[in-house]
Ligand binder design. Structure first.
Ligand code: ZN
Length: 279
C-alpha cells in the first residue's frame, strides 16, 4: 500500500506538469510576450515588478533562445538568424511612462522597462504598440523625442488605436478613425496593429477602408487559465511559425501572452511544450 502511495505521489507532479500540453496543443509556435506597466512592486494583470522582468530577460538571454522583433516575425526574416533556437518576441502596450523614461543627461533610464531590456539585451529589438491619447501622450512626456529614439534604434512602433476603445462596439467610421489617427500622428502609411483589450472590431480588420494599411494584427490571451476558458484551439498562446497555414490564415489574429509576473512567464512560456525550435 505504501508503495502504491509513493508511486501515486511521484506521478502527481508529472501529471500536473504534463497538463498544459492539451491546452497549448501540439502545434508549435512562438511566444510573443505582452507587457504594460513596470513598477518596483508590481501588482495586477497589467503591472509587472521590474525585478521580475529582469529575471525573465536573464533567463531568455541564454543561447538556446532568440529575441526577434515583430517586424521580423511578420516578414519571416528571423528564420536564418534563429536557426536551432527558440524564438520569442517582446511587445509593450499603451505607451505607459514606466516603459520609457529619459534621465536628465538624455540616456534611457535603466529602471524603466526599456532600460531593463537594454541592460540585458544591449542590441534589443521590441515592439511598442502606442495610442495617441490614452490617459496622456505616448510615454507621458517627450513623446516625439522618444519615438525618434525608438526609430533610430530599429524598434518597431505599432498601432494600438487613438484612444484604446473597445473596437467591437464601434461603428465602421469610428474604427477607421481609431486606426488612421495613429498613422497620421506617426506619419506612417502601414503598421502592425494590436487590438485594445485583444478585442476585434465587428468585421475583419482588412474590410475597413482605412488610409493606414494594417500589415498584421495581434490579439491578447491573458494566459493559461484564460486560454483554457476561451478556446480549445491548439497552440492558443503561441503565434504560428512562418511555414504553417495558420501563419497566413491568422495574420490578423496572432496571439500574444500577457506577462505580469515571473510565474506567468514560467507557466505560459518557459514550460510551454509547444514552443518551436527553428529548424
Ligand atoms: Zn492596451
Amino acid at each position: 500500500m505504501k508503495r502504491i502511495l509513493l508511486v501515486l505521489l511521484l506521478l502527481v507532479p508529472v501529471l500536473v506538469l504534463a497538463a498544459p500540453k492539451n491546452v497549448y496543443g501540439s502545434e508549435q509556435g512562438i511566444p510573443i510576450l505582452m507587457l504594460h506597466r513596470f513598477s518596483s512592486a508590481g501588482s495586477g494583470d497589467y503591472n509587472i515588478a521590474t525585478k521580475d522582468f529582469r529575471k525573465i530577460l536573464e533567463t531568455l538571454s541564454k543561447p538556446e533562445f532568440c529575441l526577434i522583433d515583430l517586424t521580423e516575425y511578420v516578414n519571416a526574416s528571423f528564420l536564418t538568424r534563429c536557426q536551432g533556437k527558440k524564438p520569442f518576441a517582446i511587445s509593450m502596450d499603451d505607451g505607459h511612462s514606466s516603459q520609457f523614461r529619459f534621465l536628465k543627461n538624455g540616456f534611457v533610464d535603466p529602471t524603466s522597462g526599456l532600460g531593463v531590456l537594454l541592460e540585458v539585451f544591449p542590441n534589443a529589438k521590441a515592439t511598442f504598440f502606442l495610442n495617441t491619447t490614452n490617459g496622456g501622450a505616448p510615454f507621458g512626456t517627450d513623446s516625439k523625442a522618444k519615438i525618434a529614439w525608438l526609430r533610430k534604434n530599429n524598434f518597431t512602433i505599432g498601432n494600438h488605436t487613438v484612444s484604446h476603445p473597445i473596437l467591437s462596439k464601434l461603428s465602421s467610421a469610428a474604427v477607421i478613425r481609431e486606426i488612421d489617427g495613429v498613422c497620421r500622428y506617426l506619419n506612417e502609411t502601414s503598421m502592425l496593429l494590436a487590438y485594445p483589450y485583444g478585442l476585434m472590431p465587428p468585421n475583419p480588420i482588412s474590410s475597413y477602408k482605412t488610409q493606414c494599411q494594417t500589415k498584421a494584427a495581434f490579439r491578447a490571451w491573458l494566459g493559461y487559465f484564460e486560454a483554457r476558458g476561451q478556446t480549445k484551439e491548439s497552440g492558443a498562446l503561441l503565434a504560428p511559425m512562418p511555414n504553417t497555414k495558420a501563419f497566413s490564415s491568422r495574420r490578423f489574429t496572432y496571439p500574444r501572452i500577457n506577462i505580469s509576473s515571473y510565474q506567468d512567464f514560467v507557466r505560459d512560456v518557459l514550460q510551454n511544450t509547444a514552443w518551436a525550435v527553428v529548424k
